[in-house]
Design a protein around this ligand. Structure first.
Ligand SMILES: Cc1ncc(COP(=O)(O)O)c(C=O)c1O
Length: 477
């Protein structure tokens, strides 16, 4: 029988905080009848966000096409939904139960290309687009392609979304941290990038790519065009590929802020040598279709023979799931203005995005009023990365700790805090150490996805919890 010590040590090394120990405890408490407010993961429909009617109507006809021949269908589904389902069946007569081309259905890849072209006003090649089971699988495909030697390393933001650190561990690659600038709305700093790559090279690591998450998870930051230009110049200088994680591109709430894609900025500055992998997903934005596992990966600046290897990699898994491909197609080609479904679609879209913006403010402002807590009002994505202060433990001499020991000590502090928060209030958030944080700082990440009443209640119970937790620590100090 296989035992823990026989299994792949790289798997043992990989950690995925957003579904770790604290979340397991939340499930246990819930099973005992406690109300849990799940703020640990960006899973909108698990927090009462409704799916878009248009997407679900088209999908249901495609899952059961016999409905199309029934006279009642016209009474249930708007005409454009029926037309869309028929069109998709015409283009994919094998339906949802058959494998597709490895890269994904060509008409959906074409729709993705048109979407990027419309979004950015730049030329797009549909034969550089792969449909994937969510963005996660796209990211992992890029890692499979780029990880070649033992010392190959990836520059990843700190704090980061743990897909990156976990995949690096799984692939036996090297993690090169670069800190985001908390004092400058979590933008990237060129000085920091230079210092981080210099240190990595000095220690024998061979940097192959830089990952950037925009809008940011867990930071909620939206990167400026100038910041993106700087990253492209940096990647060029060091011959790095760019992994641009743009799954939150529709989730921008900050006044006068705009999402800029790496593809567009790269085109504008005429950069043709830096390989770019861009990722998008149906899980976020206003669809929130996490369970449908749809997304795409667009590649720029890669020779045909290398790209063929990426398609071969997809073919080893046959293809991404077809319902996910369809949802991706519906995300990039929503109902046209003036069509019967448009009004409801626009109302649902604007309702979800408007609500998220409002909730980001309620959460951000509320938490900032708690003494010892500080966060930027989230400008994008679905999260706040909240800084908080705790008294240090008695007997711990911080100055004597090595940087590693200090990180471990602080990971203990933020994990204990989040676990107590869960036990006492039912609020489930993720400790900052799961994403990475500067030594000497403590954070937790919370989503602002729950309904408004829950967010208001969350702020109130956090305030109470925080002061009583500190009082308890001080009484033991
Ligand atoms: C930054 C980022 N990238 C990728 C993903 C994975 O998304 P998907 O559901 O498309 O795999 C997430 C999910 O939370 C995320 O936050």
């Amino acid at each position: 029988m296989i035992k823990l010590h026989n299994i792949n040590s790289k798997l043992l090394e990989a950690h995925y905080a957003v579904r770790g120990k604290i979340v397991n405890r939340a499930h246990e408490l819930e099973a005992q009848g406690r109300k849990i407010i799940y703020c640990n993961i960006g899973n909108p429909q698990a927090l009462k966000q409704k799916p878009l009617t248009f997407a679900r109507q088209v999908l249901s006809l495609l899952e059961y096409p016999a409905l199309l021949t029934r006279p009642e269908a016209a009474g249930i589904f708007p005409a454009d939904v029926i037309d869309r389902a028929k069109l998709i069946l015409e283009k994919n007569p094998n339906g949802l139960g058959a494998y597709t081309q490895s890269a994904g259905l060509p008409f959906i890849r074409k729709a993705v290309a048109d979407f990027i072209n419309k979004r950015d006003g730049i030329p797009v090649d549909m034969d550089r687009i792969l449909l994937t089971d969510g963005a996660s699988k796209g990211v992992q495909a890029a890692f499979t392609m780029l990880t070649n030697k033992e010392n190959d390393g990836y520059m990843i933001p700190i704090p980061q979304y743990p897909l990156y650190s976990a995949t690096i561990a799984l692939y036996g690659a090297r993690q090169i941290n670069y800190f985001l600038d908390e004092g400058a709305n979590w933008q990237l700093s060129e000085t920091e990038l230079n210092a981080s790559i210099a240190a990595a090279k000095k220690s024998g690591v061979n940097p192959v790519a830089i990952a950037v998450i925009n809008p940011g998870n867990p930071t909620g930051a939206v990167l400026s065009q100038e910041n993106i230009r700087m990253v492209i110049r940096f990647a060029k200088k060091h011959d790095l590929s760019i992994l641009a994680d743009e799954v939150y591109q529709e989730n921008v709430y900050g006044k006068n802020l705009k999402f800029h894609s790496f593809a567009k900025v790269m085109h504008e500055i005429g950069e043709k040598d830096v390989t770019l992998f861009s990722f998008h997903s149906v899980s976020k934005g206003f669809l929130g279709e996490c369970g449908h596992r749809g997304g795409y990966l667009e590649v720029r600046n890669m020779p045909d023979d290398a790209y063929a290897e990426l398609v071969k990699l997809q073919s080893i898994g046959l293809c991404s799931n077809v319902a996910g491909q369809i949802v991706t197609g519906l995300m990039v080609a929503p109902p046209a203005k003036g069509s019967p479904s448009y009004e409801l679609y626009a109302r649902e879209r604007d309702g979800i995005l408007g609500d998220l913006k409002e909730k980001a403010e309620i959460l951000g402002k509320g938490l900032n009023e708690i003494e010892g807590m500080k966060t930027d009002i989230p400008q994008g994505a679905m999260y706040a990365f909240v800084k908080f202060e705790l008294p240090h433990k008695k007997g711990v001499e911080l100055a004597r700790l090595t940087p590693e020991a200090r990180l471990k000590y602080e990971a203990g502090l933020d994990s204990d805090y989040c676990l107590s928060l869960l036990e006492e209030t039912g609020i489930c958030v993720v400790p900052g150490s799961g994403f990475g944080q500067r030594p000497g700082t403590l954070h937790f990440r919370t989503t602002f996805l729950p309904p408004k009443e829950d967010i208001r209640a969350l702020v109130a119970s956090m305030k109470k919890f925080h002061s009583s937790y500190i009082a308890k620590l001080l009484s033991h100090a």
